[in-house]
Design a protein around this ligand. Structure first.
Ligand code: 9UX
Length: 68
């Protein structure tokens, strides 16, 4: 599965790494691609193991917001 998240509040490359790291730690997340310019985070994942809601929680725990 593939999801595109619209993440707000990422303005530097440290944010990018924080979000990327939080998502990659989730069981079932296969790949994460963060694009700072567009606020888009493309996630490849196994929907048997992880949900978009899990991703939202992980990102929000880092202090960023996801707009659906
Ligand atoms: Mo960069 Mo992100 O100084 O919250 S880590 S803006």
């Amino acid at each position: 599965m593939e999801a595109t998240l619209d993440v707000r509040g990422m303005t530097c490359s440290h944010c990018e790494r924080a979000v990327e790291g939080a998502l990659q730690e989730l069981e079932g997340v296969i790949g994460v691609e963060v694009n700072l310019g567009t606020n888009r985070v493309d996630v490849t994942y196994d929907d048997a193991q992880v949900t978009v809601n899990d991703m939202r929680k992980a990102v929000e725990d880092q202090g960023y917001e996801i707009v659906v």
